[in-house]
Design a protein around this ligand. Structure first.
Ligand code: ADP
Ligand code: ADP
Ligand code: MG
Length: 447
């Protein structure tokens, strides 16, 4: 069993991991930047090490400083959380060399999934449905034209190394193609240092539905059902729920099976998420695999009663999965709202600053994951998500009502937040009917 874990992250996810470690009797080491010296994660861990200046590149992305912190504290395992180094196969290889156990997938599986054109080819071989498109990288305009004519417009030109919605351009006709190709390549080069792109069919108004998987180091893989993340603004998730309002037991079984196949195809272990687009006829297509714990993992925890972070640690300890596919039971309905320090009336501009007062809602079926406290100063350097509010009810109607009550109880003073925006969303008629797709929030003026 692992004795001590260093958590290479900050904020609510660092806290989430520290709590799981404590329940398992594992010692914890927090790392923090100078901007985070008063942060909760640095205060509640058994040990804390300052790893550099405020900028992520100086601290939370500073692999040398993080490995040095392992060395001086004797931590032999790292939990990366999400963001930062969580999907860096280079860092995973460094950890391997230093004899540090990585709580996540192996570097090779990460690489297989990190390059999207590559990942798609792997999925095709494994028999997982993908969006129609080019066979790998497209190198010339002529090639782009002939592929697009074959699959039909609109198409997307997508960066193979892409992430965070970058390096993606849409072409509605052959005339758009040259510009889309150039723009996607330019952005891909700028953000990822790699201008390789591929082409795929643009799916009109799909839903984003992802499947959570758990895979041990002995070849056992199970899935834990879906999360519907179609409520997005500019490709950023806003609200997630499970089950998806459009899910059927048959579709869940098919998508679950596809996700398990995807994980097996690249020799994946630990927790992961397979993202799919689902069209109006409930056809689903593999989009990408996230090789880490996700922001919205509590949705699945509340739906299944399974602690995903503890499972990650048990898997990394080399234990076989103790849960079988037939043991996984989904109960009731879960909704998560991401609470951000931002101003919805001002183009969602991030609003760092001091939290003068905070009141967290509570009650039966209400969970809040946050590292915020009264007097806490939200630094400007990092993500502006300050809390996740999660509710679990016996059905979708009860969950929506619970979320409304919880949101209206929640108070954050001193900084602007999107609480009122989330309230408007859970009161919205189309949302209540479950009728939405990934473009829904971009089309809608909620406030
Ligand atoms: P998911 O919902 O799939 O977990 P998110 O959009 O919530 O994905 O992103 C997870 C975390 O990764 C967020 O905290 C965010 O700060 C971080 N992140 C996302 N994109 C990038 C990026 N391009 N560079 C650095 N961090 C990123
Ligand atoms: P990233 O790695 O940047 O998250 P994704 O491949 O996951 O890139 O795509 C980002 C978002 O773009 C998706 O969540 C979805 O909303 C949209 N998208 C991606 N591919 C398609 C497609 N073929 N058709 C329509 N929308 C798409
Ligand atoms: Mg994505």
């Amino acid at each position: 069993m692992i004795e001590k874990i260093l958590i290479a992250n900050r904020g609510e996810i660092a806290l989430r991991v520290i709590r799981a470690c404590r329940e398992l009797g594992i010692q914890t080491v927090a790392v923090y930047s100078t901007a985070d010296k008063n942060a909760l994660h640095a205060q509640i861990a058994d040990q804390s090490v300052c790893i550099g200046g405020p900028k992520s590149t100086d601290s939370y992305l500073n692999s040398r400083a993080i490995l040095a912190a392992c060395e001086i504290t004797g931590a032999r395992a790292i939990h990366p959380g999400f963001g930062f180094l969580s999907e860096s196969s280079r860092f995973v290889r460094l950890c391997d060399k230093c004899g540090i156990k990585w709580i996540g997938p192996g570097a090779d599986a990460m690489d297989a999934m990190g390059d999207k054109a590559n990942a798609k080819a792997t999925m095709i071989k494994a028999g997982v449905p993908v969006v129609r498109g080019s066979d790998g990288i497209v190198t010339s305009l002529d090639e782009a034209k002939s592929i697009s004519a074959e699959i039909g417009y609109p198409v997307l030109v997508k960066a193979s190394a892409g992430g965070g919605g970058r390096g993606i351009r849409r072409a509605d006709s052959e005339e758009d193609l040259e510009g889309a190709l150039a723009a996607a390549k330019e952005e891909a080069l700028r953000f990822f240092g790699n201008d390789e792109v591929y082409i795929e069919k643009f799916i009109v108004d799909p839903r984003h539905i992802e499947i959570q998987i758990l895979a041990d180091e002995h070849g056992n893989v199970i899935h834990l059902g879906e999360r519907d993340c179609s409520c997005q603004r500019r490709n950023q998730k806003v609200l997630e729920e499970s089950p998806s309002p459009i899910m059927t037991p048959e579709l869940r079984a098919k998508m679950g099976e596809a996700a398990v196949k995807a994980a097996k195809a690249c020799g994946y272990h630990n927790a992961g998420t397979v993202e799919f687009l689902v069209d109006k006829d409930r056809n689903f297509y593999f989009m990408e695999m996230n090789a880490r714990i996700q922001v919205e993992h509590p949705v699945t925890e509340m739906a299944t009663g399974i602690d995903l972070v503890k499972q990650q640690i048990l898997i990394a300890s080399g234990l076989p999965l103790s849960i079988k596919q037939e043991d996984v039971r989904l109960s009731g309905h879960t909704i998560e709202c991401r609470i951000n320090a931002e101003d919805p009336k001002n183009n969602f501009r991030p609003c760092p600053g001091k939290i003068e007062g905070i009141h967290a809602p509570g009650g039966f079926g209400v969970r809040i994951d946050t590292a915020a406290y009264q007097g806490y100063e939200i630094p400007q350097y990092y993500d502006n998500m300050i809390a996740k509010l999660i509710v679990h009810g016996c059905d979708r109607t009860e969950a929506i009502n619970k979320m409304r009550v919880a949101l209206s109880e929640m108070l954050i003073e001193g900084v602007q937040t999107n609480i009122d925006y989330q309230l408007a969303l859970v009161r919205d008629e189309e949302f209540i009917k479950g009728e939405f797709d990934i473009g829904f929030l971009n089309r809608k003026q909620l406030l």
